[in-house]
Design a protein around this ligand. Structure first.
Ligand SMILES: [Zn+2]
Length: 107
């Protein structure tokens, strides 16, 4: 048996220019607004096509340093000291909560 690649979900992908060129901010809201404008133009000007969809990829990043989020299921983040310290505080909070639950009603 050999691997076979089948093709499906054919579509046209439109890569927008930066929203800054259109007076919009270079952030998620700006990119979505620019993509919505392009989708509206496609609907208005091109006949006999399916619905244009606006989509984007996502990436998990550290809220402190912006590096890719790379933490194992049980390990803490390894990108920066701030993320590691927050992870430690969260672990301590979880342990206190578990202790409270386990000791509830034992007085
Ligand atoms: Zn970080």
């Amino acid at each position: 048996m050999a691997k076979v690649t089948r093709y499906r979900n054919y579509r046209v992908v439109v890569v927008p220019r930066t929203p800054v060129s259109y007076g919009l901010p270079d952030n998620h809201r700006g990119w979505i607004e620019r993509c919505d404008e392009i989708a509206a133009s496609i609907r208005r000007h091109i006949d006999n096509v399916g619905t244009p969809l606006v989509a984007c990829d996502t990436a998990d990043v550290c809220s402190f340093c912006g590096e890719p989020w790379d933490a194992g299921e049980y390990a803490g983040p390894v990108c920066c000291v701030a993320a590691d310290e927050e992870h430690e505080r969260e672990q301590a909070r979880c342990k206190r909560h578990i202790d409270e639950i386990e000791n509830h009603g034992k007085d």
